[in-house]
Design a protein around this ligand. Structure first.
Ligand code: BGC
Length: 734
């Protein structure tokens, strides 16, 4: 049975409205005892639904999808809230339909018709009541509803909130919007939910004389406060991620996003929080404060997709533990319905490259299967007719593909398969993957030599101002095409296809490798002098196997010659420690992990980071910033190293032949720099766990294998086959 929302009407207010929020409401009276009452709601925009004043919807519903193709609707069981006389009200604001996009100038695509522009909003809802006597009643959005102006005078994801307690809320009629209902789909993704609530850890009086609240953690969400702001007086709050080198409030890195709360009081004590916006911040400057306050009057409410936490990691080194904490918070901050690059500046977009490099780590930390399923549906819908995968999903007007970004279409479903055994997703995405790979071959040279981001933000660009790294883009494009083709073959095999069915792609893979070798290799070795070129050569199997070790040796030499430091960017970094480990350089991988000089993971940790930074050197040694224009302190990409913490330090690895941890590979690499390490992953079978303790010349390993799975442990004294249960091994190390 289709949900009754399809019989309802899209409503718009009968007054010109874009930036503020409008409440649509409808009183109704029950005819008797209620057996069930199900409310379906959606909006072009975001909504908050209330029954008799009680909020019953999830934050920022209906979420963010490729709006030009589909909008989710949500279902709420509201029977428990009903009385004899009721009012159903839904307040709607622009949400992601505002001119959202890159630096606020290139808007995200939405379904715009002559009747509704991309930045206007509309509501649709149905309430289906079944009475105890079996009779039914259907309440649909129609002309019987009323629209009311609200105190939310402006709510804008980038600019923030303007709220006026003294505003007189006038009522108006509504009009029906002729807009297709076929774009409505049931909720596919995880819901967004309020999570932690943090209190200020300090009230800072800065050298400039500002009053700044420090919540101790860079986060995504909003402030909630309880204050008595005098009537007509205005409280202004600005958000920031860091303090500048002098200890003053700083948020120039938000670019054009003002991220400001402007709240006008009415003399009464009121508890308030935003409802249609979110902010990325650690610090809140009380820019204009017309009343007394206690720090406790403020709370930072953390907001993200309601993902189940599945992974845990801990070791004997506090800095590594802090790095791990920052990785987790980088994910929390950027998994808000869509995997975003950052949560604070005028961007906050579904950049495919960032998501791709972090997806594996993300899937250890939290159960992101459903989250990515939803986003990958949007990616498929946004795929262009020629097979192109765009760089940002939901997409803007930009449609050029980029290697390592568009390849998210292949890499993410594959990671979901490895981590969750989601074969059905592989089958669902198969056509998208194939069309993307075919595009890269059909366009050939034009694609390879096209515009790419390259090894984004790598430290080896000849021009230090360039973001695009020092590794040739043609090489990277070939390398990723080879990798994507290889994964496509593996995806086809996982779906039961035979060798003859993938023969074409085997041939294409050989062709790509031959082209790379012809242009970028000499004497069996890649000629490009960058770490990333060597990392990708090894990780993607681009050289002949006889030359693999020589590449690893050279990579190790380059790292050592650079003072035991990496130079890699977004594309090289995620695989760096993996390839070192695979070729006998686990100890050097640890050296990079423990490195504190720039560039390194612990460099930001030593500078007090609480999330992952976009740049290795977002804050320079002398305290100056590497720039204001593109300098986020909550960008998860370099947090991809978390999969090495789980997979190599704790040593819990997937097995492609039995994905989803049906078979677990315990492959920990211990180091004398750590006394212990432990990790666990909640799989669909139960918790898989690994820990080790180094005690003198022995290592004690403890492996936990959940019921229904098997495991193999590769440790110093050989390989052990393990059944369900807990297994302890004590081995001597030389
Ligand atoms: C984003 C990145 C993104 C990049 C594309 C930036 O503005 O913040 O994380 O991947 O553009 O190169």
């Amino acid at each position: 049975m289709t949900d009754p929302i399809f019989s309802a009407n899209w409503l718009m207010p009968c007054f010109e409205e874009k930036t503020s929020a409008t409440e649509f409401f409808r009183p109704f009276r029950l005819k008797g005892a209620v057996k069930s009452a199900v409310l379906c709601v959606s909006a072009l925009g975001v909504y908050e639904a209330r029954i008799n004043g009680e909020k019953i919807s999830w934050p920022l519903a209906p979420g963010w999808t490729a709006y030009q193709h589909r909008v989710q609707y949500q279902k709420y069981d509201i029977a428990q809230y009903l009385q004899e006389e009721n009012t159903l009200s839904v307040t709607v604001a622009q949400g992601w339909r505002m001119p959202y996009g890159f630096q606020g100038v290139t808007p995200v695509k939405t379904w715009t018709t002559p009747e509704i522009s991309g930045d206007e909003y509309a509501l649709i809802a149905s309430l289906h009541i079944v009475y105890a006597d079996g009779s039914e009643e259907l309440l649909l959005t129609d002309e019987g509803w009323t629209a009311k102006e609200t105190k939310y005078r402006s709510c804008n994801l980038y600019q923030g909130d303007v709220y006026d307690e003294t505003f007189e809320e006038k009522t108006h009629g509504v009009r029906i919007l002729e807009h297709p209902k076929k774009i409505l789909v049931p909720q596919e993704g995880e819901i967004i939910a309020e999570q932690e609530r943090l209190k200020p850890i300090a009230v800072i009086h800065t050298p400039k004389g500002e009053t700044v609240l420090d919540f101790g953690q860079n986060l995504t969400g909003y402030l909630s406060f309880s204050l008595t702001v005098p009537a007509g007086k205005t409280l202004v709050i600005d958000h920031g991620e860091i303090l500048d080198r002098d200890g003053n409030f700083y948020n120039e890195n938000y670019r054009s996003a003002k991220s400001r709360i402007v709240y006008t009081g009415d003399g009464k004590t009121r508890a308030w929080k935003p409802a249609f916006t979110f902010y990325g911040f650690r610090y809140a400057r009380l820019t204009e404060l017309p009343c007394a306050f206690e720090p406790d009057d403020f709370t930072a409410v953390v907001l993200h997709s309601d993902l189940e936490r599945t992974g845990y990691f801990e070791c004997s080194d506090e800095k590594i533990n802090r790095l791990y904490h920052n990785i987790i918070w980088g994910q929390k901050g950027n998994f808000l319905d869509v995997p975003t690059d950052c949560p604070q500046r005028d961007e906050r977009l579904g950049w495919t490259g960032d998501a791709q490099v972090f997806a594996r780590c993300a899937a250890y930390n939290f159960n992101v299967n459903r989250f990515f399923r939803k986003w990958l549906s949007d990616m498929s819908l946004e795929q262009l007719s020629d097979g192109r995968i765009v760089q940002i999903v939901p997409r803007l007007d930009w449609v050029s593909p980029a290697c390592g970004w568009s390849d998210a279409a292949v890499i993410i479903p594959w990671q979901m398969y490895l981590l969750y055994g989601d074969r059905e997703l592989l089958a669902r995405q198969y056509v998208t993957v194939k069309r993307w790979i075919d595009y890269t071959y059909e366009k050939g040279e034009a694609y390879i030599r096209g515009k790419h981001f390259g090894d984004w933000l790598a430290m080896d660009a000849p021009d230090p101002k360039s973001c695009r790294g020092g590794t040739d883009h043609g090489f990277i494009a070939y390398a990723y095409r080879a990798y994507a083709t290889e994964l496509f073959i593996r995806i086809s095999r996982a779906l039961g296809m035979r060798e003859n069915e993938t023969a074409d792609y085997e041939e294409k893979l050989c062709m790509t490798k031959a082209a790379i070798r012809a242009e970028f290799f000499s004497g069996g070795m890649v000629t490009l002098p960058t770490q990333t070129a060597h990392v990708l050569t090894l990780q993607f199997g681009l050289c002949e196997s006889a030359y693999a070790q020589a590449h690893a040796d050279r990579l190790a030499g380059m790292i050592r010659a650079n003072g035991d430091r990496l130079t890699t960017g977004f594309l090289g970094t995620p695989y760096l420690l993996h390839v070192l480990t695979a070729y006998g350089y686990a100890e050097l991988a640890y050296t990079l992990l423990f490195q504190t000089k720039n560039p390194s993971w612990l460099y930001s940790v030593e500078r007090g980071a609480t999330t992952m930074w976009e740049h290795w050197d977002g804050i320079r040694e002398d305290g100056s910033l590497c720039g204001a224009d593109m300098n986020s302190f909550n960008h998860y990409a370099y947090g991809a190293v978390g999969d090495w913490l789980y997979g190599t330090v704790a040593g819990i690895e997937t097995d492609e032949k039995k994905p989803g941890f049906e078979h677990i590979r315990f492959v920990p690499k211990t180091t004398e720099r750590l006394a212990f390490a432990k990790g666990s992953v909640k799989t669909k079978y139960g918790v898989a766990a690994s820990e080790w303790h180094r005690e003198g010349d022995t290592v004690r390993y403890v492996f936990t294998v959940p019921n229904g799975t098997t495991a193999t442990a590769e440790i110093e004294d050989g390989s052990h086959t393990l059944g369900a249960g807990t297994h302890t091994f004590t081995v001597k190390i030389s």
